[in-house]
Every structure is written in structure tokens, then in C-alpha cells.
Design a protein around this ligand. Structure first.
Ligand code: GLA
Ligand code: GLA
Length: 676
């Protein structure tokens, strides 16, 4: 299990109030556009831009020539315009001269194909040749701009792992072996962990070990899990290499890299990466679905908790449509401001977009920007300018931490990775979807919940939901047991407590080390076929999964619902154990109820934990509440989740932005309240 390390000492770039801006790519435009850019940035209230992210080929046109003139000029122009710079190290996309000379930096797929240059991020995370050239560029950038007054932060690379996370090249194989030697020390330990007695996989020499390349059947599952761990670590190691170089030259400039806590982007263990940066940054794009807004909230919430509750930087989102979905929906009225402020509600102290000016050429020309193709005279630019003003009104809250909720959802990267591997009881299980469904249930009930990575201290929470907590090593089992013994209310679900850190099944009945805590024992899983469902006697319907549950401690376990149909009819489906000592409880949900049915179950569990919403009852579920706090004040963010106005008169506090009587459809209001 990877523990969430304590976030690094938080160092924030020197920005006036809340940061506002975008990726800025002036090298895509003729010089005469730059003056208009600066004028429009000032009009919009922009105070920070991320510069030179994809400029390697422009800065270093050949191996031995450098062209900083244009970058010097735009840095100076931005500074003169009062705009600060989050300067990229420019290493994200290697130039053609580099890949032509060194094709051995190109990533290799699982099936053995070498990726061609021509798009971006075509480099192996473990390539020593790539690293040497990239660090030469970082060194040149850092030395040139170390003392530039516009420089407020370093932006390492870009979305590390977006396209090059899994590389199966010989470089990767070498680095994987070195990583495995570090983890296991001996081949015996590796053979045990990987269970190589199975299918004649026993290794007698480290050199025999490969990444899990396309094989004749299912590759070894622990090898696959370790390759996921290794691949995340390889990029983290690269991040450190750039960082150490930068710290040596500009020790006072804080360093970040943009994470992608969003949707099914799961390969980078950001809970583990957070300690590597001076401040956490995230990129988020709306993924169309009935839970789209909940997903944004979930991602922002998790980002805020990965950042240890301290402020974080929204490095990218979109003013309107993106270009990379099958159909790219334009945002509707009010969505630009709502989406941006929802991130601020969860702790973002900077709101930036991809990108400043919508490209005229290239693969992203249909991706929205702050200045669209239509130019200044557009609804998007007017909305951008209005948002700039609203962010100025929120300047007093810059620096405020997230105020912890009473409930939490435990989010575990290892369980995400391991639970979705191949040759499992079902390939339909989606870890993050189950977690998001629980989060939607909290939102529907109007109860705040923090989404926290494993390793976060749980004791402060009255109720913790740990959905699909698949990987449970002994220390985590103890932590959960102690949590309940200390009065905490734990809720967990199907396919939890199944394996240890080596992906070996816990024996003696599921859910292994959580059996006693839950007072149940499961002999066999009963996953449901696509389209199949099972009725429960509380009126709900389960899909995806069911379990043959035996109650092992009749005295302390209450059956909250039983199966009413199928093979398991009459047997328990939802259980809760209330141990004789202490005030805690441990509940188990054996099927997938989905975001529409979970509120009913969750309401019962919250009631037992004595938790209810903080807003007046009629507003609960319609309005998302988040709270940030500092300097004697609490900031209440009220976000309308509905398409109707919601009356919020009677909630006291000084209105910093928006309206509450009523809160308009898609509206966001922020109230400043005195802390008791
Ligand atoms: C990512 C990248 C950006 C851009 C956007 C488009 O976030 O970092 O360079 O490609 O996607 O949505
Ligand atoms: C085949 C193989 C066995 C085993 C089973 C699993 O029969 O011969 O080794 O893999 O499939 O169903």
C-alpha cells in the first residue's frame, strides 16, 4: 500500500489575491497580436499566465542554437502589464531534431510498436538520453529567467503521463528491474510476491524480468500491479530531476506540475506525488454525463485533500467546449462561472484555463479559449471578464484552507489499480464510479463530505465510506478497526478487503481482514451479468455484484436489507455491525446501488452517525455547500446544483459575490461569516 505522504511545506506563488489566467502560447501568433493580448488580459483581470509549455522547438531550434529573444520580449511585456508568469520548463514535447537524432527516446507500446513523433509527449519517462536533453533545456531556462521579475512559479513539463505513462521499451525494462530490486531486495522475495509458482513463471535472474508486454494470455497480476506502481514512480522520479535542478538555481521560486485529477485518469498516484511539489495544481475538464457537475466537485474535493487542505492551483479547465471528446459540448449560460467557482469552493486559489487565445491552427483549434475565434466581441469573453471581476471580490479568502467535513470518502489509488485488473470476477467494475456514486449521494442529501486519500487521519471523521477498498494490507485493516473502536462509523462495499499489497487473496472467507469488524463472512462472490439486476427488500435494485453473506456475529449485526430475488433471495445484502463496546459501527453494502438509490441507504447510515446537512432543510440537495476558513472567518460557498432558483434567505453572512435571495439556477454565492 502506498501511504499518502504528508504534503510538502506549502509554498504559494506570489499572486495578487486569487490567480486568474491561462496557458499562453504567444509563439503561435504574429508579434502584433501580443499587444492586444496584454490589453485584453488586463481588461479580463488576468494576473498570471503559464508560458512556453510547448515551446521547446522554438527556444532551441537545433541542438546547438538557442532563441530566447521572443521569450525575453513577452516576459517583459507581461511584466510591464502587471501579469505574472508561471514559466514552463518547456520540456513537454521534444522537437523533431531530437527524435530524428535519437529515436531511442520514443515510447514503445505494450504490443511493441514504437510511437512516432508528430503529436506531443513522445518521450520515454526512463530514457537517459531524453533526460539529458530535457535537463539541459531546464538549466538554460532557469538560468536565463532566474531573476526575471515576472517569474512567480515553475511549471514542470505538462500533465506528466498524459500520453506516455506506460512505456514498454528496453529502457523501461531496465528501470523496472532496478525499481523491483529496490522494492524486493531478493529474487526470492519477488518470486513470492508475484506468486511465480503459478504457470511456471519463476525467475532465476533479474535480467529475465520484463514489463507486462503483450503475452499469450493474462500477464501475472502482481507484475501488472507493480508495473503500474513503477510507471507512476518513474514519472515522479523525472519530476524530481527537473525540480532539483530548478531548486538549485532558483531556490525561492515555488514549483508545481499540473496533475489530472479527473475522470478515469488513474495512472499517476497523485496522493503520492503531492509531497513532491511546492503547491498542488490540477487540470479538470467536464466529462458529459448526468453526474458531470458532481464529478467536477469530486475531483476538486480530492485535489484539495491531496493538497492537505491547503489552497491549490486550477491550472487548466475550459471556458466552453474541448476538442477531444466524441462530441464537444459548448457550455451553457452561467456554466463558465459556476464551474470555475466550484473549484474555488474546494480550495483553488487560482483559476486558469487552457488556453488564453483559441488556436487558429493545430489539433486544438476547436478547443475553446478565453479569447475565442470570434474575438473580444463574444459571449465567452464577456463571461471571462465578469468572472475576473468576481474573483477580485473573492480576494479576501485567498489563502483560506478547506474546512473539514464530518464525513469522508476514502479514495485509494492502489485499490483503483488492483480492483480493475483483468481475470477478475467481473470486468465491469469501475472503482471511481462507485466512489462518485457515494459522493453524489452526499450531495443529494446536502451533507458535506471530504474525498480523502488513504493515509489521511480518519479519527476526526464521524463517518467514513470506503467503497471497493480492494487492497487491504494488515496496517490498513488495523487502522479501520481502530477507527471503529474509537467510535467511527465505517461503511464499505463489495470487493473490499480482498487482497494484500501483493495482490494475494486473503484466505478463510471474504472480506479477509475486515470479516470480524463487519461480523460477516462471504464464501463466494456472485457478480451479476450485464443487464442483470437483483431486487432488495428495501425497494432498491442492485446491479454489477452480489455476495453470499453469512452473518458471523448475530448479536451485533443488523441486516439493513436482504435480497428479494435471484439465487440469494432471503439472504443479507446490506449489513451493519454495532460492536458491544464503543459507539462506532461497520456497515457493508454488497451490491451496486448507483447514485440514484444510494441517498436512501446513506441517509440511514448518516442518521446513525448523527450527521445532517448544515443548510436549511429545503435547500439540501439543491445547493452544494463547501466551507473554507481562515483569519477568524468562514467562507460559505453556495452552489446551485439545479436548473431552478433556490431561495436562501435567512442564511446569515456578508455576501462577497452572487445573490442568495434567490440563488439563481447554476448560480454561486459566497458568504463571509464570523467563526465562533
Ligand atoms: C490538457 C493539456 C493542454 C490541452 C488541454 C486540452 O489539459 O495540458 O495542453 O491539450 O488538455 O483540453
Ligand atoms: C484451461 C487450462 C487451465 C486453466 C483453465 C481455466 O482449461 O488448461 O490451466 O487455465 O483453462 O478455466
Amino acid at each position: 500500500m502506498t501511504r499518502a505522504p504528508a504534503p510538502a511545506a506549502h509554498r504559494w506563488p506570489r499572486l495578487p489575491g486569487i490567480g486568474y489566467g491561462a496557458d499562453y502560447n504567444p509563439d503561435q501568433w504574429p508579434r502584433e497580436v501580443w499587444d492586444e493580448d496584454i490589453a485584453l488580459m488586463r481588461e479580463a483581470g488576468v494576473n498570471v499566465v503559464s508560458l512556453a509549455i510547448f515551446s521547446w522547438a522554438r527556444i532551441q531550434p537545433t541542438e546547438d542554437s538557442w532563441d530566447f529573444g521572443w521569450l525575453d520580449e513577452i516576459m517583459d511585456l507581461l511584466h510591464a502589464g502587471g501579469i505574472t508568469v508561471d514559466l514552463a520548463t518547456a520540456t513537454a514535447s521534444p522537437p523533431p531534431w531530437l527524435t530524428a537524432k535519437h529515436p531511442e527516446i520514443l515510447p514503445v507500446t505494450r504490443t511493441g510498436e514504437t510511437l512516432s513523433p508528430g503529436a506531443r509527449q513522445h518521450w520515454r519517462p526512463t530514457s537517459p538520453v531524453f533526460r539529458e536533453h530535457a535537463l539541459r533545456l531546464v538549466d538554460a531556462m532557469a538560468k536565463r529567467y532566474a531573476d526575471h521579475p515576472a517569474l512567480v512559479a515553475w511549471h514542470i513539463s505538462n500533465e506528466l503521463g498524459c500520453h506516455n505513462l506506460y512505456d514498454y521499451s528496453d529502457d523501461a525494462a531496465r528501470a523496472f528491474r532496478a525499481w523491483l530490486r529496490g522494492r524486493y531486495q531478493s529474487l526470492d522475495a519477488l518470486n513470492h510476491a508475484w506468486g511465480t509458482a503459478f504457470w511456471s513463471q519463476r525467475y532465476s535472474d533479474w535480467e529475465q524480468i520484463l514489463p507486462p508486454r503483450l503475452a499469450a494470455s493474462h500477464p501475472n497480476p502482481t507484475q501488472q500491479l507493480d508495473f503500474k506502481r513503477f510507471s507512476s514512480d518513474a514519472l515522479k522520479d523525472y519530476l524530481r530531476a527537473e525540480r532539483e535542478l530548478l531548486r538549485g538555481i532558483t531556490p525561492d521560486i515555488p514549483i508545481t506540475t499540473n496533475f489530472m485529477v479527473m475522470g478515469e485518469t488513474k495512472g499517476m498516484n497523485y496522493a503520492d506525488w503531492a509531497a513532491e511539489v511546492d503547491f498542488v495544481s490540477n487540470d479538470h475538464y467536464i466529462l458529459p454525463s448526468p453526474q458531470a457537475q458532481d464529478e467536477l466537485s469530486f475531483s476538486a474535493n480530492l485535489t484539495g485533500n491531496i493538497a492537505g487542505g491547503r489552497p491549490w492551483f486550477l491550472m487548466e479547465h475550459s471556458t466552453s467546449a474541448v476538442n477531444w471528446q466524441p462530441v464537444n459540448r459548448a457550455k451553457g449560460a452561467g456554466e463558465l462561472a459556476r464551474d470555475a467557482l466550484l473549484h474555488v469552493a474546494h480550495g483553488a486559489d487560482a483559476v486558469c484555463y487552457f488556453q488564453w487565445r483559441q488556436s487558429a491552427a493545430g489539433a486544438e483549434k476547436y478547443h475553446s479559449g478565453m479569447v475565442p475565434h470570434a474575438g473580444r466581441d463574444s459571449e465567452v469573453f464577456r463571461s471571462v471578464t465578469t468572472l475576473g471581476q468576481r474573483l477580485k471580490d473573492l480576494a479576501p479568502l485567498a489563502g483560506a484552507d478547506r474546512a473539514p467535513a464530518r464525513a469522508a470518502i476514502l479514495f485509494d489509488w492502489e485499490s483503483w489499480w488492483a480492483s480493475e485488473q483483468d481475470s477478475h470476477p467481473t470486468e465491469l467494475l469501475r472503482y471511481r464510479a462507485e466512489a462518485l456514486d457515494w459522493y453524489s449521494a452526499f450531495l443529494a442529501l446536502g451533507v458535506r463530505a471530504d474525498v480523502v486519500p488513504t493515509g489521511t487521519a480518519l479519527a476526526g471523521y464521524d463517518l467514513v465510506v470506503a467503497p471497493v477498498l480492494h487492497v487491504v494490507p494488515a496496517p490498513l485493516a488495523k487502522e479501520l478497526t481502530d477507527y471503529v473502536a474509537g467510535g467511527g462509523h465505517l461503511v464499505t462495499t463489495y470487493f473490499s478487503g480482498i487482497v494484500d499489497e501483493n495482490d494475494h487473496a486473503h484466505l478463510g472467507g471474504y472480506p479477509g481482514p475486515l470479516r470480524d469488524l463487519l461480523g460477516i463472512r462471504i464464501e463466494e462472490f456472485a457478480p451479476l451479468l450485464p443487464g442483470e439486476s437483483v431486487a432488495l427488500d428495501d425497494g432498491t435494485t442492485g446491479t454489477l455484484w452480489s455476495d453470499r453473506i453469512e452473518i458471523t456475529d448475530e448479536a451485533s449485526v443488523e441486516v439493513l436489507a436482504s435480497y428479494r430475488s435471484g439465487e440469494l433471495a432471503g439472504r443479507p445484502a446490506l449489513t451493519r455491525r454495532t460492536p458491544a463496546t464503543g459507539n462506532g459501527s461497520a456497515a457493508y453494502v454488497s451490491t451496486r446501488l448507483g447514485h440514484e438509490q444510494l441517498p436512501g441507504v446513506l441517509a440511514r447510515l448518516l442518521e446513525a452517525a448523527g450527521i445532517e446537512g448544515e443548510l436549511p432543510a429545503p435547500a439540501r440537495g439543491k445547493v452544494e455547500l463547501t466551507v473554507r476558513a481562515h483569519q477568524g472567518h468562514a467562507y460559505w460557498f453556495l452552489i446551485n446544483r439545479t436548473e431552478e432558483p433556490v431561495d436562501l434567505t435567512g442564511i446569515d453572512g456578508e455576501l462577497l459575490t452572487g445573490e442568495t435571495a434567490p440563488l439563481p439556477a447554476r448560480g454561486v454565492a459566497v458568504l463571509r461569516r464570523d467563526l465562533p
